[in-house]
Structures are given as C-alpha cells and as structure tokens.
Design a binder for this molecule. Structure first.
Ligand code: COA
Length: 175
C-alpha cells in the first residue's frame, strides 16, 4: 500500500525567525519571560501587536508599541516590534518566520490555543506553532488582571516593567 503522506521539508534559511503575537495591553513580565526564552531557540523574535477588533484596549497601538520597545535595550538587534492586522500566519510567512510562539499559562489556555494553532496550520503549513509554558511566577497574571488591580490603586510593581507601571498610574490618574 502506498502512503500519500509527504513530510514537509522546511526551506533552509540562514536566520530562524519567530513571531510572538498578542494584544500586549500592556506588556507584562509573563510576556517578557516568553520573549527572552524564545531568544534561546530562535535568532530573531518579532513581537507583533495584533489588532483585535473584539478587544477594547486601554492603551493605543502607539503606546503599546512604545512600551514594548522600552522594555529592551535600544541596541537589542534580535528583537523587533511590529503590528499585524489580518491573518497572522500570512504575516508570519511574509516575515520569513518558521514559527509563531505562544505562552501557555494553564489548562484553560489550551483549548483556544489548540484551535488557533490547528486553524493556522490549515491555512499555512509552513509556519509551525511553538508553545512555551509560561514561567511559574507569571502563571496567574494577565494584562486584564493587572489593569484591574492598577485601576483600583493596587500595586502591580514587579508584574510589569517599571515604565509600564508608570504608564498605568498615569492612565488611571486621568480617568
Ligand atoms: N504571561 C502572562 N499573560 C499572558 C501570557 C503570558 N505568557 N500569555 C498570554 N497572556 C495573557 C495576555 O495578557 C492576555 O490577557 P488579557 O486577555 O487579559 O489581555 C491573554 O493572555 C490573551 O493573550 P494574547 O497573547 O494577548 O492573545 P489574544 O487572545 O489577545 O490574541 C492572537 C491572540 C493575536 C494570536 C489572535 O487573536 C490572532 O492570531 N489574531 C490575528 C488574526 C488571526 O490570524 N486569527 C486567527 C485566525 S484562525
């Protein structure tokens, strides 16, 4: 019996690139942990802010972009920050990325991530999804819970970079 399965052979590219997508409203230590660990696996990480119409972000796209950029030394050449609208896999393919990276915090993340990864693979086979377990210290945080705590004057120091803490304080002082 002949098999119709033909294994996919990835093209040989000199630089391995991964796309790390998210809303990043705002970026947290959990996201940074994933980015730093992704740098151990790939040559370059493109942190891509996805324009998600179903979310009403607190921070504008420009503010989120700047907060991410300010989280790394200006001379860090292996991290790029960008925005993505439209299909993520198409974007990743165009960037020359071998993979999309996602953090998994708990079993509750799994269903959605599994669905997303399979749909993305169906659309574009050449881009894999790689999952990293979120660092234990960040397992319980999300951008929403941080915003909620900050809105009520809670101390979110240590859960987001200092400059993000300042931006949250500014934002909630105005409202
Ligand atoms: N540490 C801490 N928190 C984390 C985390 C980590 N490692 N990883 C995720 N989170 C949190 C985020 O803070 C966010 O919290 P919030 O909902 O309170 O803001 C939440 O988990 C969701 O994560 P996020 O990475 O922001 O995902 P998202 O659901 O907003 O976006 C996309 C998912 C961008 C990948 C998806 O919408 C997408 O691919 N969009 C493009 C269009 C497309 O191609 N769609 C798929 C078609 S099949």
């Amino acid at each position: 019996m002949t098999s119709t399965y033909e294994p996919f052979v990835a093209p040989d590219t000199s630089e391995s690139i991964v796309v790390y997508p998210g809303t990043f409203d705002p970026i947290t230590m959990g996201h940074l942990d994933i980015i730093h660990r992704a740098l151990n696996l790939f040559d370059k990480v493109i942190v891509s802010i996805a324009v998600n119409v179903s979310k009403k972000p607190l921070f504008s796209l420009e503010e989120r972009l700047q907060m991410i950029k300010d989280s790394f030394p200006a001379d860090e050449k292996r991290i790029e920050v960008d925005t993505v609208s439209g299909l993520l896999v198409d974007y990743a393919y165009t960037c020359g990325a071998k993979a999309i990276i996602r953090g998994l915090r708990a079993v509750s993340d799994f269903d959605y991530e599994f669905q997303l990864a399979l749909m993305n693979r169906r659309i574009e086979r050449e881009v894999e999804t790689v999952f990293l377990m979120t660092g234990f210290r960040w397992i319980y945080i999300s951008s929403s819970i941080i915003k909620e705590a900050a809105m009520h004057g809670g101390d979110v120091g240590g859960l987001v970079p200092d400059h993000v803490c300042d931006k949250l304080r500014e934002k909630f002082m105005k409202t």
